[in-house]
Design a protein around this ligand. Structure first.
Ligand SMILES: Cc1cc2nc3c(=O)[nH]c(=O)nc-3n(C[C@H](O)[C@H](O)[C@H](O)COP(=O)(O)OP(=O)(O)OC[C@H]3O[C@@H](n4cnc5c(N)ncnc54)[C@H](O)[C@@H]3O)c2cc1C
Length: 504
């Protein structure tokens, strides 16, 4: 079909030709979206991916036929455009899956979202009374100063509920003691939640599906999220575009305010336009001539929380019915456990085995990150048994996947650093940053993809979308999948209702 959009050069870049294709850096959800849309319009495009697999941090790992999702990726969006694109790609392969999740606490499993009668039953009358007394004590005699997260939450829920349901999980996710997290963070991120609103939602439920976390169903590709990215890659190639794997981008030469050369996998390419989903730190680091010192300093200062998942194959089909369980116990290090058969039965290659992913939040280089794979499998197996979810001998084998830069950190300086980098990026006319780490923004895959859609519009339609504004002023409840940021809020965070801080 002839392409109605102009191919002439735009203020952003040169004319798109086979000799000067659009270069897309990174083959995660954002990069592939750009590649897909450009290839659909018959534009020469090359997606350059450093690893041997597409999908980035939303990929599906396959080991001996067992498919593992890194973190459990629910497909839910309020963006019609993204939803339509997902369905266009997946067609009948997009399953509608029921959601079940619980909190593991003191050898008990509490339904999450909380259900009033379940809480009463699981806590028992004695513990309920102690929690109530502790709450009343905090209400009557609140701690005067609220300097940290611990004081802020304890004042509103009582010390006992804080200890049971806030402390351990928050510390696991962010690796910071709760008395070192600023109270301001709690005030921003747990906005709208009080003892009474938690009780109300536990008894009355999620009326009108207002809160994403409480939505009882979501979409999921039959073979895990990787199927979406693999299908997009196939489609890009079928339409004449390229997706190159094992092609790390190592250099980007800028002349007169334009990217004139990109070196990937040892080959030098000449772009008309560049759409980059590389972490901001990487984009700045590979540019030649070097970015100004203050920009390089800002980029080097950006921080990330990393993550690893231990994938265990089990001799039993279903050790629990949930999609995932939050582990609030402080005496085990695991933070969350995914049950892949519940996400989709097609994640397991036979009808006998089960498979789970034990998630450990960490920093690259710390003791967990550097532990040998066999030790991690042993640790995860031991913790699964300790929690009471498996018996010794039930684990057949295990694998470890380490995920770099899983969460961009919003620390006290990040906003200023991003602003400095952004100012410099704006001097390069044919370069657009997109995605999650590409914008150092806490984007889920829908918003990561939306930023790429906007970047493509800017090139093909001459639009002037501000990519940095995507998901900045949205009313989207992001809280549904990932850890909240104890460091600092994003520029314009969504209003948050966060039942007991456990849905991360
Ligand atoms: C634990 C966890 C759970 C999540 N759950 C959900 C969920 O339930 N629902 C949801 O919608 N989202 C979820 N997300 C978010 C989702 O994973 C991200 O929004 C999405 O993957 C971001 O896409 P991206 O393309 O911007 O970046 P990435 O996925 O990070 O992709 C970037 C790509 O660039 C490549 N790259 C890096 N450097 C180079 C280089 N020098 N040269 C070439 N290529 C390079 C990387 O290999 C990678 O493939 C979750 C994230 C995490 C960590």
């Amino acid at each position: 079909m002839p392409d109605p959009t102009p191919t002439s050069s735009s203020p952003r870049g040169a004319e798109i030709t086979p000799e000067r294709p659009v270069l897309v850096l990174g083959g995660g959800p954002a990069g592939l979206t750009a590649g897909y849309l450009l290839a659909n319009r018959g534009k020469p495009v090359i997606v350059l991916e450093s690893s041997d697999q597409v999908g980035g941090i939303a990929r599906t790992e396959v080991r001996d036929g067992y498919r593992f999702d890194l973190g459990g990726h629910r497909f839910f969006t309020k963006s019609k455009e993204v939803d339509e694109l997902w369905h266009e790609i997946m067609k009948g392969e997009f399953l509608r899956r029921p959601r079940r999740s619980r909190i593991y606490w003191r050898r008990r499993f509490l339904e999450y979202p909380l259900q009033g009668m379940d809480v009463i039953k699981k806590l028992g009358p004695w513990e309920l009374m102690l929690c109530m007394l502790s709450y009343l004590w905090a209400a009557v005699k609140p701690k005067g100063r609220e300097e940290n997260y611990e004081e802020w939450v304890s004042n509103r829920f009582g010390r006992r509920l804080f200890n049971h349901f806030f402390k351990a999980y928050t510390e696991k996710v962010w690796g910071v003691p709760t008395n070192e997290i600023r109270a301001e963070w709690a005030a921003q991120r747990i906005k709208g939640l009080s003892f009474f609103s938690a009780v109300k939602s536990a008894f009355l439920g999620n009326r009108g599906n207002q809160i994403t976390s409480l939505i009882g169903e979501f979409n999921y590709p039959r073979f895990g999220p990787g199927q979406m990215w693999e299908k997009m890659t196939e489609d890009i190639r079928a339409r004449g575009g390229e997706v190159r794997l094992n092609a790390p981008v190592t250099r980007m030469r800028v002349e007169s305010g334009r990217v004139v050369e990109v070196v990937a996998g040892g080959e030098t390419l000449t772009p008309s336009h560049v759409i980059s989903s590389l972490p901001l730190r990487t984009t700045v680091g590979i540019t030649e001539p070097e970015a100004p010192g203050r920009v390089r300093d800002a980029a080097r200062g950006l921080r990330y929380r990393d993550f690893l998942t231990v994938l265990l194959v089990l001799r039993q089909k279903n050790i629990f019915p949930d999609n995932w369980i939050y582990i609030h116990e402080p005496d085990v290090r695991v933070g969350r456990i995914q049950n892949f058969r519940s996400w989709s039965p097609w994640m397991v290659p036979n009808d006998e085995d089960g498979s789970v992913g034990l998630e450990y939040f960490c920093f690259e280089g710390d003791d967990l990150w550097t532990m040998k794979d066999e030790e991690l499998v042993e640790l995860a197996t031991g913790e699964l048994v300790q929690i009471g979810l498996a018996r010794p001998g039930m684990v057949k084998r295990g694998f470890v996947v380490r995920v770099h830069k899983a969460y961009p950190i919003y620390d006290a300086e990040y906003a200023e650093r991003v602003a400095t980098i952004r100012g410099w990026l704006e001097t390069i006319a044919n370069l657009q940053q997109v995605g999650r780490n590409g914008l150092h923004r806490y984007n889920n895959s829908d918003h990561s993809m939306l930023t790429a859609m906007r970047a493509v519009d800017n090139i093909l339609l001459g639009a002037d979308h501000d990519i940095w504004a995507v998901n900045a002023e949205s009313v989207y409840h992001e809280e549904y999948v990932e850890p909240e940021q104890p460091y600092k809020k994003p520029p314009s965070p969504p209003a948050m209702e966060q039942p007991l801080a456990s849905e991360r």
